[in-house]
Design a protein around this ligand. Structure first.
Ligand code: UDP
Length: 151
């Protein structure tokens, strides 16, 4: 099993899409292991988007991520990192395929509904950034046999 981070961005709260987006991950079969609303800060975004520090849109991106609280979710499943990333779709909503979250709900490169971890290594780092250990819950999912069978 892998755990991965999903952030529901301010645009998702503003547009009333929180339930719908979480529902897609739940329906796919991912187990919700942690969830909380948080107001992001400059400091956490400097860390989280360190790879984009030199980009012209860095300041605007950070401001947009602080414009309202976000909702941080930890989802778990077999190969959850890649499954969740594929469900999010291409970064720019206009390029994202229909059927993906971005492809179904947005038209923007920046206001693109979700952040999802891009590797297992980064998922571990990002989950530790957004959650305390006691905020991740290890309860048993009763339907694993129906979800994964003999995988
Ligand atoms: N972003 C942007 N303009 C760009 C590229 C990215 O505003 O030209 C924003 C967008 O919100 C994206 C975030 O920066 O989700 C992080 O970019 P990254 O390349 O890590 O894409 P992601 O992993 O979110 O698809």
């Amino acid at each position: 099993m892998e755990k991965t981070l999903v952030l529901l961005k301010p645009c998702t709260l503003q547009r009333g899409l929180v339930g719908e987006v979480i529902n897609r991950f739940e329906k796919r079969g991912l187990r919700l292991a942690g969830m909380k609303m948080m107001q992001l800060t400059d400091a956490i975004l400097d860390e989280h988007y360190a790879h984009l520090r030199e980009k012209s849109f860095f300041r605007i991106l950070k401001d947009s991520m602080m414009s309202t609280p976000v909702i941080a979710c930890c989802f778990e499943g077999i190969e959850a990192v890649n499954v969740v990333r594929a469900m999010a779709g291409a970064t720019n909503g206009r390029n994202a395929l229909p059927g993906t979250i971005r492809g179904d709900y947005c038209m923007s490169n920046q206001q693109n509904i979700v952040h999802t971890s891009d590797s297992l290594e980064n998922a571990k780092i990002e989950l530790a950034r957004f959650f305390k250990p006691e905020e991740i819950f290890e309860y048993e999912s009763s339907n694993l046999g129906y979800l994964y069978a003999l995988d």
